[in-house]
Design a protein. Structure first.
Lengths: 292, 651
């Protein structure tokens, strides 16, 4: 019975971990093209969830809310790219770190004032009555998270490999200067990557909102764990993040069982610092050669 | 000279005296509280500026160090009955220790990874402070009593004077430190970590030291914070405070003690600003005017991009409109910080003090401190007697990248006192060979010996310390440092004063010797009159010469010049040849990688030719020029060796 409880905790945690992996995937997309990430991505997740909630409240059916929310996330992603990232990339500086933090703060404050500081439930047509697999309970809601995450990641990867635009994306990721010499606009591609990144972040928000509820702080812990997943797996590790996401989700669920829920963020943070110390390119990442 | 000293030191003293006198003139506990907070924030921001300004890294852990220091001081008083000074020392030490611990993993990290490491550390420390209830009482909060200071009980103004005194001490110590070799090293590793190691300065130790120092000051400020508020809660040291601190440093101005003070005053006053609607409206209007003026000027002079000029105006415009519409500005606190920070980062990257300093220097005609007379070259670069014999020996050196054999079994000997040419078509492995010798790459196989002893492998820093110096084909100068500082930072055998003496300002004599020596080297390469120019502002040719002067500051036995003539105009090439000859006269052995065949012919006694990672010819310049294999490597066809053109300027 005790073992079963542990497995149950690990499985539920791992399914939550898929959300971390999806947000981390958003980091990978922008890091590939521009070596930058949005430090305010958590606020993007949260704002998209709030926006989707507003769509639901206005009576839109769920199957329209999902694309609507994702579109909103993509627009926010484009806004971040234009206001916080482009200038510092042009200046070859790292000002984008500070600027994306600042935009996140702005988004947080806006959400507090527009939608209020309280957590609100997020209605969903997907049932949360548990299904039983070998004595373990899994809700369709949790399964929908996993399926949604894998589906959108699969689609984006397919897009990158099969379409011309996607190939431009890969070309810029491989070598920005060379791609530019071949007539591919790096700026447009980086824009595209930020749009896509916002899109997957919004989906993460919509998928996780029914489980966590929606509030201004809903993503502040989520985002730390997404950072952990991205760094531990490596910012260019591809599907490695899914494995790390599952692992971290299970680990924190067990930590909170053994040490108390206040400690549930600790393993991710420790892992992140350790990974940076030991393998800055991540478990699945590739080491780069320094050139002079 | 005196005017400079008088104005700058005078301003410092005047501000200090004014701050110290306020409690005597105004009897108002609220004002006193603000002033105390200002002094505490001043110490905190001076620390934060070391990482954000000098090391150039986004540090998101300073608020956490404030918290750790505060809890350390508070708990020491509560549990061990520490006095004020002992508790403050404990807070400082806790900051130093945790800073060092965090610096080690964060060491190899740059930019986003560094920011992430510090972000996680903050979150982790918040978790521990919250959850370790046995020690910290968690979210419930910790009461701290203000302990006696050397047996005296301090009232509010006494405590303020203590904070002010500490701020003044920190100010002086940091001014001494940052204008010494340490400050230069911090800036050097920000601009080029690779060159910092290659010049034997050591990225490693300086990054750890800089970060630990910043954290130590954070801890000290935390101790004062604890005794000021006398009540601690973990959430006071969270993300909100961190953003405010960044606002302080960026708005005040990076790399400036005055900037930290201005920033500290602003963030100490911010809460008042936000609670008073009229004041806030005036403030936003001023912000909008500054943004309009700066943006308009930038656009007219075409010094800024349209985005840089317009975005701050838009942000300040939103702030202005918001201040008129919004009832309770307190609710929008974060958005207001965000808009202000955004405008400053985009539109005024040098901050208020950076801007003001330039203005004031012009207004008062303050000249930079005068330079000492250059030292004689004989003391800086004593003539070495070339006693012959093998200096550098490569035995079967290999370096593979995956399946590419960039260097494939190279064996050669550089005799002491010679200029050894290393040539070959592009991609022949010359630069890789140099990168292996100088320690950037670990060799895949083979041995390297310097004077018969094995050369360290895979560490630029260790190789630099053996007496091998190099320049870089793609320039690796410290762009934000002056030409003089670029040379000074690399100088060997000058900086001997231990850290405490540097902090006390007792290392000025060696600073003076160092700048005299560096000037001599600048004159050697013809840059004597450019000593104050920033490296990034020099012409391309002068930058190449500066690289050579900087390498010479290592007083090397062996100097490796990696394509020093690449991209130089003809007169500069002649100047370069002249410089190389003069360096050679000092008895320094040189490996010269070059494509200009006339340079090689004129300077090199021995030439080794590489192709495909292997040596295909060696001998005098005349010999290799006629070698059929060399001609084939460069031109691809073997016609009539006697009639074929020399491979001048090939590639």
């Amino acid at each position: 019975m005790y073992t079963l409880l542990i497995v149950q905790l690990a499985v539920s945690g791992a399914l939550m971990g898929m959300v971390y992996a999806l947000i981390a995937y958003g980091f990978q997309l922008t890091f590939a093209t521009s070596k930058s990430i949005n430090f305010g991505q958590g606020e993007l997740v949260m704002l998209s969830a709030f926006f989707s909630l507003t769509l639901i409240d206005s009576g839109l059916p769920y199957w329209l809310v999902v694309p609507g929310g994702m579109l909103f996330g993509a627009v926010l992603g484009l806004f971040v790219e234009r206001t916080a990232v482009r200038l510092s990339l042009e200046q070859k500086g790292e000002g984008w770190i500070l600027l994306t933090i600042i935009l996140g703060l702005l988004g947080f404050s806006a959400a507090e004032n527009i939608w209020g500081r309280d957590d609100r439930p997020f209605p969903t047509p997907i049932s949360s009555d548990p299904l039983h697999f070998f004595g373990i309970d899994v809700t369709p809601l949790e399964l929908s998270v996993a399926i949604g995450v894998l589906a959108v990641m699969g689609l984006v990867e397919l897009f990158k490999r099969k379409t011309l635009l996607g190939k431009a994306f890969e070309a810029v990721s491989a070598d920005r200067d060379a791609a530019q010499l071949m007539g591919i606009s790096a700026t447009r591609t980086i824009q595209l990557s930020y749009g896509l990144s916002g899109l997957v972040a919004a989906l993460a928000g919509i998928l996780v909102a029914p489980i966590t509820t929606v509030g201004p702080t809903m993503a502040s812990v989520l985002i730390l764990k997404a950072f952990s997943v991205a760094v531990v797996a490596g910012l260019d590790s591809g599907f490695g993040i899914v494995l790390v996401g599952l692992f971290l989700g299970a680990l924190e669920s067990l930590t909170s069982f053994y040490l108390g829920s206040g400690w549930r963020e600790a393993p991710g943070l420790v892992l992140l610092i350790l990974a940076l110390a030991v393998r800055p390119n991540g478990v699945f990442g590739k080491a780069s050669i320094r050139k002079v | 000279m005196w005017k400079r000293l008088l104005l700058i030191r005078g301003a410092e003293l005047a501000v200090l005296a004014l701050l110290a006198a306020i409690p005597l003139m105004v009897d108002n506990s609220y004002v006193l509280g603000l002033l105390t907070l200002l002094a505490i924030y001043g110490i905190l921001l001076i620390g934060l500026d070391v990482t954000v300004g000098y090391l150039g890294q986004v540090n998101l852990a300073q608020a956490a160090f404030l918290g750790l220091g505060a809890y350390a001081a508070g708990l020491c008083v509560a549990n061990f009955d520490f006095g004020m000074l002992a508790a403050l020392a404990a807070a400082l030490v806790v900051g130093l220790i945790f800073g060092t611990l965090l610096a080690f993993p964060a060491l190899r990290l740059e930019g986003p990874q560094f920011a992430l490491a510090t972000l996680s550390f903050s979150a982790l420390s918040a978790t521990v402070l919250n959850e370790w209830e046995g020690l910290t009482l968690g979210a419930q909060g910790l009461q701290v009593s203000r302990p006696p200071f050397l047996g005296m009980t301090l009232d509010a103004s006494g405590f303020f004077w203590l904070c002010l005194l500490l701020l003044a001490l920190v100010w002086m110590a940091m001014r001494n430190l940052l204008s010494s070799q340490w400050g230069r090293a911090f800036e050097a590793l920000r601009d080029s970590p690779i060159a910092t190691d290659a010049m034997g300065v050591g990225t490693y130790r300086h990054k750890v030291a800089g970060f630990a120092l910043a954290s130590g000051l954070g801890g000290l400020a935390g101790g004062l914070y604890a005794f000021n508020f006398q009540y601690l809660q973990p959430q006071s040291f969270g993300w909100d405070l961190m953003v405010i601190l960044l606002l302080g440093v960026v708005l005040g101005g990076r790399k400036s003690l005055w900037g930290a003070l201005v920033g500290a005053s602003l963030i100490a006053l911010l809460p008042n600003l936000l609670s008073n609607r009229g004041l806030f409206q005036i403030f936003s209007a001023i912000g909008l005017l500054i943004a309009l003026a700066a943006g308009g000027q930038g656009l007219l002079k075409k010094t800024t991009r349209p985005f840089q000029a317009l975005a701050p105006v838009a942000a300040m415009g939103i702030l202005m409109v918001g201040s008129l519409i919004v009832e309770n500005t307190e609710d929008w606190r974060k958005a207001i910080f965000a808009l202000m920070l955004f405008s400053v980062v985009v539109g005024l990257p040098e901050g208020l003090m950076g801007f003001a300093a330039r203005f004031l220097t012009r207004l008062f005609h303050i000249e930079p401190p005068r330079l000492p007379a250059p030292a004689s070259l004989d003391t800086v670069l004593p003539k070495r007697t070339a006693n012959g014999g093998a200096l550098l020996e490569l035995r079967g050196l290999e370096r593979y990248f995956g399946g590419v054999k960039a260097v494939d079994g190279v064996s050669m000997t550089v005799q002491a006192g010679e200029i050894h040419g290393l040539i070959g078509p592009n991609g022949s492995g010359k630069s890789t060979a140099v990168n292996v010798i100088s320690g950037l790459y670990v060799p895949t196989g083979g041995d390297m010996l310097l004077r018969g002893k094995l050369l360290p492998v895979g560490s630029l820093f260790k190789v630099a310390r053996t007496g091998v110096a190099r320049t870089f084909q793609n320039l690796q100068l410290f762009g934000e440092l002056s030409a003089l500082d670029n040379v000074m930072v690399a100088l060997k055998d000058v900086y001997r004063s231990p850290l405490p003496l540097v902090l006390l300002g007792l290392a000025r004599a060696e600073e003076k010797r160092a700048s005299a020596a560096a000037l001599a080297l600048l004159e050697l390469v013809g840059l004597g009159d450019q000593a104050r120019s920033l490296a990034k502002d020099l012409t391309y040719g002068d930058q190449r010469f500066l690289e050579i002067a900087r390498a010479l500051a290592r007083k090397p036995e062996l100097l490796i010049l990696d394509e020093p003539a690449a991209g130089l105009a003809h007169p500069d090439v002649n100047k370069l040849m002249d410089i190389i000859k003069r360096i050679h006269e000092r008895g320094i052995s040189i490996i010269l990688i070059e494509h200009h065949m006339d340079v090689i012919s004129e300077l090199c006694g021995v030439v080794t030719v590489l192709d495909g990672g292997k040596i295909i010819a060696a001998g005098t310049a005349e010999q290799v020029k006629r070698d059929p294999k060399v001609i084939e490597a460069y031109l691809g066809v073997v016609d009539d060796p006697a009639g074929a053109a020399a491979p001048a300027q090939a590639g």
